[in-house]
Design a protein around this ligand. Structure first.
Ligand code: GLN
Length: 273
């Protein structure tokens, strides 16, 4: 007798939800289909395809890379091992960015180190009148971001380069956002769990975790319009240091915002006029 979905889910070594996601991927069906068809016999080729995905997951590969997408701000974004997997925390960066440009017509926005493009694409879709430029030092990441922009219908400008060291078009920005690498290179988490599979250069600056944040804050006043806002994501213990960096560069209205876990995760400030 051939295997049924129900039997496969009961015998899988994976949590049920993950096994269901992999089956959805193999069969190309929505979740409701799995439930309605759980006693249908499965084709052996499909079982083999499922087992291959299951083995990758059991070896520790993140589910988002196996599925090839992750949801962010209510939309599905393509992800590959060339980019970080979107974190729910980063929705806070988007919310702060949206608030910063709420009263600006046709705002000019710059996303530094865009990765899969989640922040830039979301800002462009939430504010269709915005002109959004996204940069990354990884050409492979920019490819992913371009695909996401195309698939979701966001019009963006892209530049390849390191922080401000790239073509930033003409003029100054009303908003600069960034979720840079901010994990200390000595942090043991880098060698554990999902992080092992993510691009190291997107997670850590190879230094104390504040090196890239310093470069971003240092350069921001030269690229912000008078009164423009800088919003950056950072690590759980970096808020005070990042506020100091902004204050040293004479930013006004410097403040940090807490994520859903109550951790100060995003810091923002207004460029000196
Ligand atoms: N928030 C991520 C993590 O701690 C790090 C992302 C980043 O460095 N920008 O896993």
């Amino acid at each position: 007798m051939s295997l049924t979905l129900r039997e496969s889910l009961v015998t899988s070594a994976l949590p049920r939800l993950e096994a269901q996601l992999l089956w959805q991927r193999v069969l190309g069906v929505p979740r409701a289909w799995l439930i309605a068809h759980d006693t249908d016999p499965l084709d052996p080729a499909q079982v083999a395809a499922y087992r291959a995905l299951e083995a990758r997951r059991l070896a520790g590969e993140p589910i988002a890379y196996i599925l090839g997408y992750r949801e962010f701000f209510g939309r599905n974004f393509q992800v590959t091992p060339a980019v970080l997997i979107p974190r729910p925390d980063t929705e806070l960066l988007v919310e702060c960015g949206l608030r910063a440009i709420r009263d600006v017509r046709a705002p000019r926005v710059l996303d530094l180190g865009t990765g899969s493009g989640i922040v830039a694409v979301t800002l462009a879709l939430e504010r269709p009148d915005a002109q959004v430029r996204a940069t990354d030092c990884s050409a492979q990441a920019l490819d992913v971001a371009r695909k996401n922009a195309g698939a979701l219908g966001a019009k963006l400008w892209f530049s390849h380069g390191n922080w401000y060291d790239t073509d930033l078009g003409s003029g100054q920005f009303d908003l600069i956002v960034s979720n840079p690498p901010y994990i200390d290179a000595r942090d043991g988490h880098l060698g554990r769990g999902d992080l092992r599979f993510e691009p190291l250069g997107a997670l850590t600056d190879g230094a104390d975790g504040l090196r890239d944040l310093r470069a971003i804050v240092r350069g921001a006043p030269d690229h912000l319009a008078p009164g423009g806002i800088l919003c950056v994501e950072h690590g759980w213990d970096q808020a005070e240091s990042v506020r100091s960096l902004l204050l040293d560069r004479r930013f006004d209205a410097v403040s940090s915002e807490r994520d859903l876990s109550g951790i100060e995760r995003v810091t923002q400030g207004r460029a000196p006029a």
